[in-house]
Design a protein around this ligand. Structure first.
Ligand SMILES: [Zn+2]
Length: 245
C-alpha cells in the first residue's frame, strides 16, 4: 500500500455511512482525485477540519487498488471568509463547479490549482468583487483548457469586430460574431466592445494580477452571462452554481 503526499483543494464532497465523506480534491500532482475520508464527520476526528469545501492543504493519501483514502491532512488555508458571506460563497462554489467539470484524474493540474488558489484568496481576503473573480476565473480556466475565445475578430468569418457597437458572444462559435454571422449561431449573449476588451485584459493577466480586476456594473452583468454561456457550451453542462452568483 503506497503512501504519498499531494497538495490540493477540496472541490466537492459526498457524505456516506454515519461519519465518512468522499472528498474530491484538485491536486497539482494527480489532477482531480476522489478520496475517502473515514470518520471525518466525528467531532474528534483529526480529519474534521480538512473535509470541507475550499480547504487547501497537504494531503497524505494511500492507494489501495485504484481507490484513494486520506490518511492525514495538514490544512494550510480554509478560506473561512467564503463561508461567512453568501456572495463570496456563491462565487467560490461557481469556481469549484467549473473545476469539477474541466479537470481530469491523472493529469497534473499545477496551473489550474494556482488559478483557483489566487481566485479564492482574492475573493475571501482582498475585497475583490466576488462576481468579477468568478467571471475572471471561469474565462481563464477555459483558456487553460485550450478554449481561448476570439475577441477581436469574428469567430466565424474572421472579420474585425472592434468597430461594432454591439455584438453576439457565442460559445458555440468560440467568441465574438460579426453582424453578418450572428444569425448562424443562435443562443449567444449580446456584449459591448467594452466588455470584450475587459475580457481580453482579464485573459492577459498573471494569476497574481487578478486582484486588479474591478469591472464596471454593466460590463460585469454582460460578462457574467456571456462567460457562463460560453462555459456551459464548452463543458456541455448546466452550471447550477451560476444561480448563486
Ligand atoms: Zn462574421
Amino acid at each position: 500500500m503506497a503512501l504519498f503526499t499531494v497538495n490540493g483543494i477540496v472541490t466537492r464532497y459526498a457524505d456516506y455511512r454515519e461519519s465518512d465523506r468522499i472528498l474530491t480534491i484538485l491536486t497539482s500532482q494527480l489532477g482531480l482525485v476522489s478520496a475517502k475520508a473515514r470518520g471525518c464527520r466525528r467531532p474528534k476526528s483529526a480529519l474534521l477540519p480538512s473535509a470541507e469545501l475550499f480547504v487547501y492543504g497537504e494531503f497524505v493519501l494511500f492507494k489501495n487498488g485504484d481507490k484513494y483514502t486520506v490518511d492525514s491532512c495538514a490544512v494550510e488555508e480554509s478560506f473561512y471568509p467564503l463561508r461567512e458571506d453568501i456572495s463570496r460563497f456563491g462565487a467560490g462554489a461557481y469556481m469549484l463547479s467549473i473545476v469539477n467539470e474541466c479537470a481530469t484524474e491523472g493529469e497534473r493540474a499545477d496551473a489550474l490549482l494556482s488559478l483557483l488558489l489566487y481566485a479564492l484568496s482574492y475573493t475571501a481576503y482582498a475585497g475583490c468583487d466576488p462576481c468579477d473573480m468568478a467571471v475572471c476565473f471561469a474565462a481563464r480556466a477555459l483558456a487553460l483548457m485550450g478554449y481561448m475565445p476570439s475577441l477581436a475578430c469574428c469567430a466565424c468569418c474572421g472579420a474585425d469586430v472592434r468597430a461594432q457597437r454591439r455584438m453576439i458572444f457565442s460559445g458555440e462559435a468560440g467568441g465574438a460574431l460579426c453582424a453578418l454571422c450572428e444569425d448562424k449561431f443562435p443562443g449567444g449573449a449580446e456584449v459591448s466592445p467594452l466588455s470584450l476588451e475587459a475580457l481580453r485584459r482579464m485573459l492577459a493577466l498573471s494569476d497574481e494580477q487578478m486582484k486588479k480586476v474591478a469591472l464596471p456594473p454593466r460590463v460585469r452583468a454582460e460578462l457574467k452571462e456571456a462567460v457562463n454561456l460560453y462555459a456551459e457550451r464548452i463543458l456541455e453542462r448546466r452550471l447550477k452554481a451560476f444561480e448563486c452568483l
